[in-house]
Write a protein that binds this ligand. Sequence first.
Ligand code: ADP
Length: 399
Amino acid sequence: MKILVVNCGSSSLKYQVFEMTTEEVLAKGLVERVGLAGSSLTHRREGREKVEIKSEVKNHGDAVQIMIDALLHPDYGVMKSLSEIDAIGHRVVHGGQKAVRSMLITDEVKAIIRECFAFGPLHNPANLAGITACEQLMPAAPQVAVFDTSFHQTMPPKAYIYGIPYELYEKYGIRRYGFHGTSHKFIAMRAPAFLGRSAAELKLISCHLGNGSSLAAVERGACVDTSMGLTPLEGLVMGTRSGDLDPTIVSYITKNAQVPENDVNDYLNKKSGVLGISGVSSDFRDLEKAAADGSERAQLALDIFAYHVKKYIGSYAAAMGGVDVIAFTAGLGENSADMRRLICEGLEFLGARLDDARNEATRGQDAVISTDDSTCKILVIPTNEELMIAMDTRDIVGK
Ligand code: ADP
């Protein structure tokens, strides 16, 4: 069974083709600068050199067309006919309250994606444009929407209702939704499998630490709390996002710190976080290097980040009445032994003891990095959101 996974951003389209019998990637690619000058496709058939194709890509329809041309190409393509694609799985950022699971795309599902434009103004319209283009150009393939928010729909109201007038939730749907759900779901599935345990017996904290970062508390396989909110701005301090704030800061900086009201969103999403604190970079590799070279503010940014993750781990352990597994994933979580050590220092009271040698030796692979006598297992599990989308798509289409 071949499944095509499509992830449309406002000016990009990423894709991967999976052979699901082996879960292997046959080809992957990225169309960049959709709708802008200088657009191109980078495509790679597994085991071959990358090819780069410069081409005018006016919209997502053009992007889907050049992806199809690459997939069917006699040299670097991976199929003779589009009929070989059994199904298409689309990443969709926001599914609101109605998308409680991945869904076969119908007019109702497209309406749900449209209803959530206000919550995901950059992503949802692009996601829908990709779906529409695929429907037009590959009408025979069933299509599935996999939402970043749906894994978190099992949260109880006490975890998702904000402390503001309830009518704002009832009338406008203002509540915590959470993101990175596809990644957290993958970790919630893979971590127990790696340990040879059943998800039903575990309290797990999934730590997705990358440019954007979030934590999820997962009890018996279901999410009970997560750190991102109505939008991905809430929660941890991130690369460029502020994370949790006293909301009056917003009106204060517009009145007193020369930040125009229209720029506040940009300020908090793109100029804050560890970038804003350090004044050095949003990239954690740069920060680790700058801190090693003596930058106090880079070190402060790293300390704040680790402290926030530690506090969230503590609060989720309290929420679940304990924790059996803490799993690190995404660029920073998978690769930075220093950050994992900073976060885990002081978590021994939860029964979580890091093994320094195992931690140092682990980069980007499944591993236990806690000591043998640690009652809470600390893991590194590389995330694979595309594979998770392909698996959900297979499960839905196979039914
Ligand atoms: P995104 O949210 O864009 O998917 P990623 O999951 O790719 O992000 O994570 C990117 C972050 O991971 C960057 O800040 C990068 O510096 C950090 N990172 C990647 N490798 C390392 C490493 N070896 N050491 C420290 N940080 C790393």
